[in-house]
Design a binder for this molecule. Structure first.
Ligand SMILES: NC(=O)c1ccc[n+]([C@@H]2O[C@H](COP(=O)([O-])OP(=O)(O)OC[C@H]3O[C@@H](n4cnc5c(N)ncnc54)[C@H](OP(=O)(O)O)[C@@H]3O)[C@@H](O)[C@H]2O)c1
Ligand SMILES: *[C@@H]1O[C@H](CO)[C@@H](O)[C@H](O)[C@H]1NC(C)=O
Length: 301
C-alpha cells in the first residue's frame, strides 16, 4: 500500500474538461502517475487533451449518464490501458438551482443521473475489483451541499446527499478490505462551475420574489467568471495530499471519510453541527419519552 513515486498509481477521473478534474489529472501526471482523463466531448477541449497526452496520460470519451453496460465497457477498456485502476475520481457534476416546485421531471432526473447515478454506477462497477484486490481508492467529489440543503438547492442537494449516503455506507463496508473512500466537500472554488450552473426552464412564481431562493441564486451568479473564495489549484493539491497521505495530510492520526475544503465549507460544517446539537437538546423530552418502562427501570439507580 505504500504509495511511492516508484509505484505510480493509475487514476480514472471523470469531468476533466475543466476545474477539479483537469487539475487533478495534471497534478497526478506531473507526479509521475498514470491518468485516464475523461469527458463527454474531448473535441471541445483539444488543448487539454494534448496537454494530458504530452505528459503521458490518455483521454477517453465518457459520459457518466450512459447506461451501465456502456460504463462497464468503458471501464474494461480503460482497465486494459495500464492493466489496472487504482484511484477512481467521480468528479463530473453540475448544479441545478431554483424553486423546488418549478423543476420538471426531466430536470430532476438529469441532475440525479449526472451527480448520483453516474458515480454510483462507476463505483459499483469497480468495487468488486478493488475489494478482491484489497486495495483501491474511491474519491467522490461532493459539496457542502452534500451536508446542508440551502434554499434553491433541493435537487443539487438531493444528488449530493444521495452520493454521500451510499458512499458513507460503502466506506464502512470497504474498511476490512483496505479500500479507501473519500467524500470531498468543496465550498466555492474558482472553476467554471458557477458559469455552468443551470436553473429550471419554468419561470418562478412571483411569490418567491425576495425570498432566500433568489438570494442564494444571486450569490452564485456573483461567482461567475471565477469570482470565488477558494483557489481550485489549492483544492486539487489538498485532495492530492489526502489521497497520497503526504504534504498537509502527512502524519494525520485519523483518515476521515469527509474532507471539507475551504473556510466557507468549514463554516457550513459549524452551522450544521450546531443545528444538530440544538435539535438534539431541544427534542430531548420527546425522544426520551419513547423508551420501554423496563429499560427505564434498568437505567435508573
Ligand atoms: N467549484 C465549486 O465551487 C464546487 C463546489 C462544490 C462542489 N463542486 C463539485 O466539484 C465537481 C467538479 O466541478 P468543478 O468545480 O470542477 O466545475 P467545472 O469546471 O464546471 O467542471 C465540471 C466537470 O463536470 C463535467 N460535467 C458537467 N456537467 C455535466 C453533465 N451534465 N454530465 C456529465 N458531465 C458533466 C464537465 O465535463 P463535460 O465537458 O463533459 O461537460 C466538467 O469537466 C462537481 O461535482 C461539483 O459539484 C464544485
Ligand atoms: C483560480 O485562482 C488562482 C489564483 O488567482 C489562479 O491561479 C487560477 O488560474 C484560477 N483558476 C481558474 C480556473 O480560474
Amino acid at each position: 500500500m505504500a504509495q511511492t513515486p516508484s509505484q505510480p498509481l493509475v487514476w480514472l477521473i471523470t469531468g476533466c474538461s475543466s476545474g477539479f478534474g483537469i487539475g487533478l489529472a495534471l497534478l497526478a501526471l506531473q507526479n509521475g502517475h498514470h491518468v485516464i482523463a475523461t469527458s463527454r466531448t474531448p473535441s471541445r477541449t483539444p488543448h487539454l487533451v494534448s496537454q494530458v497526452e504530452s505528459l503521458g496520460g490518455k483521454w477517453h470519451t465518457l459520459d457518466v449518464t450512459s447506461p451501465e453496460a456502456v460504463l462497464k465497457g468503458k471501464v474494461d477498456e480503460v482497465m486494459s490501458v495500464w492493466g489496472r485502476i487504482d484511484v477512481l475520481v467521480n468528479n463530473a457534476g453540475y448544479a441545478l438551482l431554483g424553486a423546488f416546485e418549478c423543476f420538471s421531471d426531466a430536470e430532476c432526473r438529469a441532475q440525479m443521473e449526472t451527480n448520483f447515478f453516474g458515480p454510483l454506477t462507476l463505483t459499483r462497477i469497480l468495487v468488486p475489483y478493488f475489494r478482491s484486490r484489497r486495495s483501491g481508492t474511491i474519491v467522490q467529489i461532493s459539496s457542502t451541499t452534500g451536508i446542508e440543503a440551502l434554499a434553491s438547492r433541493s435537487l443539487y442537494s438531493a444528488s449530493k446527499f444521495a452520493l454521500e449516503g451510499f458512499s458513507e455506507a460503502l466506506y464502512n463496508e470497504m474498511a476490512p478490505f483496505s479500500v479507501r473512500v473519500f467524500l470531498i466537500e468543496p465550498g466555492a472554488f474558482n472553476s467554471s462551475f458557477a458559469d455552468k450552473l443551470s436553473t429550471h426552464q419554468a419561470s418562478m412564481p412571483e411569490d418567491y420574489k425576495g425570498t432566500s431562493i433568489e438570494e442564494v441564486i444571486r450569490t452564485v451568479e456573483e461567482m461567475k467568471g471565477g469570482n470565488m473564495r477558494n483557489d481550485v489549484e489549492k483544492g486539487v493539491r489538498a485532495i492530492w495530499d489526502v489521497v497520497m497521505r503526504e504534504g498537509l495530510a502527512e502524519g494525520m492520526k485519523e483518515e476521515f471519510l469527509r474532507l471539507p475544503l475551504g473556510v466557507d465549507a468549514a463554516e457550513r460544517w459549524e452551522v450544521v453541527g450546531e443545528l444538530r446539537k440544538r435539535t438534539w437538546e431541544g427534542t430531548r423530552h420527546i425522544w426520551e419519552s419513547c423508551e420501554l418502562d423496563a429499560q427505564k427501570k434498568q437505567g435508573g439507580c
